[in-house]
Ligand binder design. Structure first.
Ligand code: HEM
Length: 403
C-alpha cells in the first residue's frame, strides 16, 4: 500500500468525482487529518491548514515523470515536452522557467483581454437568448481556448483545431490509456509545429502578443530558447484548457442550483468576482494537488515512504469547518467580506497556478454574461446531473431555458 504505515487509517474512495465527493471527503475529515485512497494507496491530506503548509513544503515535489515511467512512456516527443513543464520540474530549473514566464505573463497582459472576452461572451449569450435557451456547455464551449488563442495571437479560425489538440493533451496530467497516449503524442507534435511557426513569425514580424513578450523576456542575460518557448506556450495552453472549461461548468451548475444566490448576483454585479471564488470553493473542478515524497518522512499522523504519492485535497480544504463559516452553504459574498480565508483551488506555494488571473477573468466574464440574461432558468432538475472527468470534473450538460 504505497508506503503508508498505519493499518487503522481511514480509507476514502479517491475515484469519486460526482456529487458524492463532498460527503466522502467530509466523512474522512471527521475521522482525522489524513486518509488513504483505497484505489491508489496515496495519503490524502484533508485539512485547510495542512494542505496550505504542505503545498509550500519543499520536501514534497510534483509528480515529475513518475507517472510517465509507470505508463512506460520512456521516450518520444510527448515525454520530452512533458519533462520540461513547470508542472514537472522543481528547484532551479522550475524557478528559472517560472520567473521568465512571469516577466511576460503579467496581470496587465491578461487584463488587456477583458473587453474582447466580454464581447465574445455577449455574442454567445445573444445566441442563447435568440434560441430561447440551450445547453450552457454549447454556449461557452471553447471559450477558455478562444481566450488563450487571443492571448498568443492565434486567429479565431484556428481555435477549433486548437481545441482538438488540447482535448487530446488534457489527459497527460493523469493516468492515460494507450489510445490516449497515441492521441496526445500526435497532438503535441502538431501543436508544437504550429506554435513553432508562430514564434518564428513573431521573431520576424513583432506584434503585441504574449509570444512577443515571451521572446523578449530576459533576466540577467537569461532567455527562453526556441524549444523552451514552444514548450512553454503549449504548457500554458494545456494547463488552462480543460481546467478552466470544467471549472466554468461546475460554476454555472452551482449558480443554476442556487436560485436565490443567482438572483443576488443579478441585482448586484459587483459580487461577480466573489461569486467566482465561492463557486470554486464550493464546487471545484480540480480537487487535488498531487505530490511525491522523494525521501521518506513523517507527515501529520503518517509515515510516508520514499517515492509514495501524497494528494493534497483542496476540495476537502475548501469545506474545512475550521476555516469556513457554514462551509456547506453557498454564499456568493463570502470572498468580498474582509478576512475571508484563502482559496486553495489554484494551489499554493512555488507551483501556484500561473494562469489564475486569466482563469478568473474568463470565469468572471462568463458569469457576468449569464447573470445579465433575463429569464434564464434550468430546463431540467440541476441536482440530477451526470458527471464526467478528464483533468477537471464537470457536469455533462447544463440545459437552460430563456423566456
Ligand atoms: C479554473 C482554472 C484553473 C484551475 C482550477 C487551475 C489549477 C491549478 C493548480 C491547482 C495548480 C497547482 C499545481 C501544483 O501545485 O502541482 C496549477 C498550476 C498551473 N496552472 Fe493552473 N489552473 C487553472 C487555470 C489555468 C490557466 C488558464 C493556465 C494558463 C494560462 C494555467 C496554467 C498553470 C501552470 C503553467 C501551472 C504550473 C505552475 C508551476 O508549476 O509553477 N492554469 N493550476
Amino acid at each position: 500500500m504505497n508506503g503508508i504505515d498505519r493499518d487503522d487509517r481511514s480509507m476514502i474512495d479517491g475515484s469519486i468525482y460526482d456529487d458524492r465527493l463532498h460527503e466522502e471527503l467530509a466523512a474522512a475529515a471527521s475521522r482525522g487529518p489524513t486518509a488513504v485512497d483505497a484505489n491508489t494507496g496515496a495519503l490524502t491530506v484533508l485539512r485547510h491548514h495542512d494542505v496550505d503548509v504542505l503545498a509550500h513544503d519543499r520536501r514534497l515535489e510534483g509528480l515529475g515523470l513518475s507517472v510517465f515511467d509507470m505508463l512506460g512512456i520512456g521516450d518520444g516527443p510527448l515525454r520530452s515536452w512533458y519533462g520540461q513543464l513547470m508542472f514537472t520540474t522543481e528547484g532551479d530549473t522550475h524557478g528559472r522557467l517560472r520567473r521568465l514566464v512571469q516577466i511576460a505573463f503579467t496581470p496587465r497582459s491578461v487584463e488587456r483581454l477583458r473587453s474582447d472576452v466580454a464581447e465574445q461572451v455577449r455574442l454567445r449569450t445573444d445566441r442563447l437568448i435568440a434560441d430561447g435557451g440551450g445547453d450552457l456547455i454549447d454556449t461557452f464551449s471553447r471559450l477558455p481556448t478562444w481566450t488563450m488563442c487571443q492571448l498568443i495571437g492565434v486567429p479565431s479560425d484556428d481555435v477549433a483545431q486548437f481545441g482538438e489538440w488540447l482535448d487530446a493533451l488534457s489527459p497527460v496530467f493523469g493516468f492515460m490509456d494507450p489510445e490516449q497516449i497515441d492521441a496526445a503524442s500526435a497532438a503535441i507534435v502538431q501543436l508544437s509545429e504550429y506554435v513553432g511557426r508562430l514564434v518564428d513569425d513573431r521573431r520576424t514580424t513583432p506584434g503585441d502578443t504574449l509570444v512577443d513578450d515571451l521572446i523578449a523576456a530576459s533576466e540577467e542575460g537569461e532567455r527562453l530558447d526556441r524549444e523552451e518557448l514552444v514548450a512553454m506556450v503549449a504548457n500554458l495552453l494545456v494547463g488552462g484548457h480543460d481546467t478552466t472549461e470544467s471549472q466554468l461548468w461546475c460554476t454555472l451548475l452551482t449558480l443554476l442550483r442556487h436560485e436565490a444566490e443567482l438572483n443576488r448576483l443579478r441585482s448586484d454585479p459587483s459580487l461577480v468576482p466573489s461569486a467566482v471564488s465561492e463557486a470554486m470553493r464550493f464546487e471545484p473542478a480540480i480537487t487535488v494537488i498531487p505530490r511525491t515524497v522523494p525521501v521518506a518522512l513523517e507527515l501529520l499522523d503518517a509515515h510516508v515512504a520514499s517515492g509514495a504519492f501524497v494528494m493534497l485535497s483542496t476540495a476537502a480544504a475548501n469545506r474545512d469547518p475550521a476555516v469556513w463559516d457554514r462551509p456547506d452553504d453557498l454564499d456568493i459574498s463570502r470572498f468580498s467580506a474582509p478576512g475571508a480565508a484563502k482559496l486553495l483551488s489554484f494551489g499554493a506555494g512555488p507551483h501556484y497556478c500561473l494562469g489564475a488571473n486569466l482563469a478568473r477573468l474568463t470565469l468572471e466574464e462568463a458569469v457576468g454574461g449569464i447573470r445579465a440574461v433575463d429569464g434564464l432558468r434550468p430546463a431540467a432538475d440541476p441536482w440530477q446531473v451526470a458527471w464526467t472527468q478528464v483533468l477537471g470534473r464537470a457536469p455533462v450538460e447544463l440545459p437552460v431555458v430563456v423566456s
